[in-house]
Design a protein. Structure first.
Length: 340
């Protein structure tokens, strides 16, 4: 499949983290303890994806403890996303409303809903653990922003995307691009750069137009590259929320024209990031100690996501076409919603 894809421009160096091996072992223990993965088919698919390698490429300079933490976040986001993208739940927004409400109560610090602990879905058990390990030492404004981004991810995927699927709505390119940064949870992931790097970026910087541009451009690069690599797989699943698919739908392009168009747009966004990065560093030379690691985190996200996408079988259409239906490899207990 890779040979058919146009080259994606990425001027950043390939790197990986020396703690990846330890993180793979940690992930295996964590998914067992939280109940996120236990069926043989789901475990095999999880191991083949190699999320340990992914987090090592995205956070090449993280220490072992932080690498484990962000790896757990990535796995949680990927497994919840699989439930909502691949399976029937992503076409029935009302069926996941209750579990999302429980997740929001965890994020907002108002409890864990009314379910006893033993009845909590695995994704909620894991979220409680993640929240308790991530937020206590973080700045209040960071917790607020992170919680907002996580909540927006959950509500956009369970309401907007699922609503589109249920109603047969094909979004415009413009609407999709704006929503994609939320459905991809990339803002959540970029927020974690501050935790990994041990920095607290003030709201004044987050609101600076140059920072906003750098962040938006890097998020677009990650999300659109994901769409390029997952396009064939998502066609097998009948997924419409993919930029390549929407370009074909709205512009009448064939597959190769649409892929080339999206890859050209990725190059444009990469250049937009580089311009904003240079302007931001020039504007705040006294804050380079804080901005440089954050911007480096954006760079390694763009590079690492691309490198992992090229090697993981997760986006190979054969990965899902071997099953009669996605529920054969999805864990029903992740969201605690019956498959019936």
């Amino acid at each position: 499949m890779e040979s058919e894809l146009p080259d994606i421009y990425c001027p950043f160096p390939q790197r990986t983290n020396p703690h990846v091996g330890n993180t793979r072992v940690h992930l295996d223990t964590w998914i067992r303890n939280t109940g996120l993965v236990h069926r043989d088919s789901a475990r095999e698919r999880f191991e083949q994806a190699d999320f340990g390698a992914f987090v090592g490429m995205v956070h090449p300079t993280a220490d072992s403890k932080n690498l484990d933490l962000v790896a757990d976040w990535f796995v949680w986001l990927f497994l919840v996303d699989d439930q909502l993208d691949d399976g029937r739940l992503g076409r029935s927004p009302e069926r996941v409303r209750d579990v999302v409400a429980v997740m929001r109560s965890v994020i907002e610090g108002t409890g864990r809903g009314t379910l006893p602990d033993e009845d909590l879905p695995a994704a909620v058990v894991a979220l409680v653990d993640l929240w308790e390990r991530t937020t206590p030492s973080a700045a209040a404004h960071w917790r607020t922003r992170f919680g907002r981004h996580l909540t927006t991810y959950l509500t956009t995927t369970t309401a907007w995307e699922a609503g589109n699927r249920a109603a047969g709505v094909v979004p415009s390119e413009e609407t999709y691009i704006a929503k994609r940064r939320h459905t991809g949870a990339i803002h959540v992931c970029m927020d974690l750069i501050e935790i990994v790097a041990g920095i607290e970026v003030p709201e004044s910087i987050h609101n600076d137009s140059r920072f906003v541009t750098a962040l938006e451009a890097s998020c677009n690069v990650v999300c659109w590259a994901n769409d390029v690599y997952s396009y064939e797989k998502e066609q097998v699943l009948g997924e419409i929320h993919n930029l390549v698919h929407l370009v074909r739908h709205h512009r009448g392009y064939d597959k190769q024209q649409a892929l080339k168009h999206v890859c050209a747009e990725i190059a444009t966004e990469t250049d937009r990031f580089l311009t904003a990065e240079a302007e931001l560093l020039a504007a705040y030379p006294q804050l380079s100690w804080m901005l440089a690691p954050y911007l480096d985190g954006m760079r390694s996200w763009m590079r690492g996501n691309l490198d992992w996408s090229r090697q993981t079988p997760r986006y190979n259409p054969a990965d899902v076409s071997q099953y009669e239906e996605p529920e054969e490899y999805l864990e029903a207990t992740v969201l605690g919603v019956s498959r019936a």
